[in-house]
Design a protein. Structure first.
Length: 244
């Protein structure tokens, strides 16, 4: 089995997170997938950003939900990275257009928790369908109600339950929920048999966020399906033994 490498918010150790430069760099590094976060602007655009505000990652201030797309685009999201200037917040549509000619998986995290966006999952699915990429996308969220709203419109292979810690037998919960994967904090995998139990009931395990080679190799030895990392190049180096 080969463990997939998914770039967390793109190659975010080297370029501004959740931006086109970070996703382009991840693709150039040979990532098997990219992980990104979506929220919605005041005028209904599905935009790619992690935080509920733009304060940390841009030169602007304010909540994503309160700003129009034009207002968001006026901000610089270079986030202090040397050699980066005037980096714009991307739409989900733009990122999918970038990825469409490739064979990468796109993990779309619905950020529908700290700020609630009614119908965000519907908006994201519409964009994915318009791009013709349903078969290449995994929707994940800590808000499992959001994912439940997608059941019946996408398959189990398109749904992954984000889990932080402490959920008892999460693979059984995922199976009963109708999700084909769980995305746990990698530290949860210290529980003996975690990946084995999940695979026994047909549930994949995609672990986040892993940024050292020794941990990447340990997770691969457990049989995880994907590691989610800010350093896709280093993860690839750690897993060379699997690929050649």
């Amino acid at each position: 089995m080969t463990t997939a490498i998914w770039a967390h918010r793109g190659a975010s150790a080297y370029a501004p997170e959740n931006t086109i430069p970070a996703f382009e760099l991840a693709l150039s590094m040979g990532a098997d997938g990219i992980e990104l976060d979506v929220q919605r602007s005041a005028d209904g655009q599905v935009v790619v950003i992690h935080d509920v505000t733009i304060n940390r990652t841009s030169n602007g201030v304010g909540k994503v939900v309160s700003l129009s797309f034009e207002e968001l685009r006026r901000c610089d999201f270079s986030n202090g990275f040397p050699g980066r200037r005037n980096v714009k917040i991307p739409t989900l549509r733009e990122v999918l257009e970038l990825c469409r000619p490739t064979n990468v998986t796109v993990n779309i995290e619905l950020k529908n928790g700290e700020e609630l966006y009614p119908g965000l999952e519907n908006d994201a699915l519409r964009v994915v369908r318009d791009a013709g990429m349903v078969d290449r996308v995994v929707f994940s969220s800590f808000n499992h109600y959001s994912l439940a709203n997608l059941r019946g419109r996408v398959g189990p292979e398109n749904l992954a339950l984000l889990i932080s810690d402490g959920l008892y037998d999460p693979w059984l919960y995922a199976k009963s929920f109708g999700a084909g994967a769980i995305n746990p904090d990698y530290r949860a995998l210290q529980m003996p048999g975690y990946v084995w139990y999940a695979h026994e009931v047909g549930v994949k395990v995609n672990a986040w966020t892993v940024n050292d080679e020794a941990t990447v190799r340990w997770l691969a030895s457990l049989g995880v399906d994907a590691v989610i990392t800010n350093l896709p190049d280093q993860a690839a180096d750690a897993l060379l033994y699997q690929r050649y």
